[in-house]
Design a protein around this ligand. Structure first.
Ligand code: FPP
Length: 267
């Protein structure tokens, strides 16, 4: 699929800077800044989450167009339960609504959707929609969308440790057989390649308990843009930045003089 033109205010086509041979296969995103975006506009925080869904749809489209294969987004962390009940309820309803409205299109585009995290505390209605969406799309193979809900990286690592201890004590495996590969095979993301790139929006420079094991070698790109203002253009900036780092680390001819600066192409 052709990328098409992604033009900035100075009429610069960003898509021309993308090296199609070096597109990350797996991109992880911490979609941060919904609440601040809304508060800045004197709107309830929930408006930021609603707008955030539209942005997620745009970025999903953009990553497919670019040739990525996997997108993993942080939609609800284990810490998010501490938010006001109304906001938590809103988010839970939003997940159900989005799934109901979008699952047909997701399926038609041969995208597989997977929810990663402990679904136990969610209402039965949401669990049912999640389960039917996952089973409807389970054989799709063009693209994988992982949605992390009630997910925490430390909790995931503890869970794997427990599974391995159990297997050791029951004699299924020997302690000296425990290695990274075996550990990987017990992760919630088992079988999925680690993300080459992590994008976090809203300028925060933290991993916030997201994919702690899987992000060990990922490139990290922090965007100052709040998630509801993020778009295809900002996404391409992240990809170009990622590609420039790889070119340097790979020892291929440096493109330092073309290095990508936010100020130069800010939208
Ligand atoms: C972080 O912003 C965002 C969230 C906690 C929710 C993100 C969820 C969506 C965009 C909906 C996705 C839906 C599906 C079905 C995948 P924040 O509230 O932490 O913002 P703040 O840091 O400004 O307070």
């Amino acid at each position: 699929m052709s990328l098409g033109k992604i033009i900035d205010k100075k009429n610069y086509d960003l898509s021309k800077r993308i090296d199609k041979q070096k597109v990350p296969e797996h991109v992880a995103i911490i979609m941060d800044g919904n609440g601040r975006w809304a508060t800045k506009r004197n709107l309830p925080r929930t408006y930021g989450h609603k707008r955030g869904v539209e942005v997620l749809k745009e970025i999903l489209k953009a990553s497919k167009k670019l040739g990525c294969r996997i997108l993993t987004v942080y939609a609800f962390s284990t810490e998010n339960w501490t938010r006001p009940t109304k906001e938590v309820e809103f988010l839970i309803n939003l997940f159900s609504e989005v799934l109901k409205n979008e699952i047909e299109e997701i399926h038609e585009e041969s995208t597989k959707i997977k929810f990663i995290g402990d679904l136990t505390p969610f209402p039965e209605t949401l669990k049912k929609i999640i389960s039917s969406s996952e089973s409807l799309t389970k054989n799709n193979n063009k693209f994988l969308l992982n949605v992390c809900v009630n997910y925490g990286g430390r909790q995931e690592i503890v869970k794997v440790a427990k599974e391995l201890v159990l297997k050791c004590s029951s004699g299924d495996i020997k302690i000296n057989e425990v290695n990274e590969e075996l550990f990987n095979s017990e992760l919630l993301t088992r079988g999925i390649k680690d993300p080459e790139l992590l994008i976090r929006t809203s300028g925060e420079k933290r991993i916030s308990n997201f994919l702690l094991w899987q992000l060990a070698y990922s490139e990290i790109y922090i965007s100052d843009v709040l998630w509801p203002d993020f778009n295809e253009f900002e996404f391409l900036k992240a990809i170009i930045d990622y590609q420039s780092r790889h070119r340097r680390f790979g020892g291929i001819e440096s493109l330092e003089d073309e290095s990508f600066e936010d100020s130069q192409y800010s939208s």
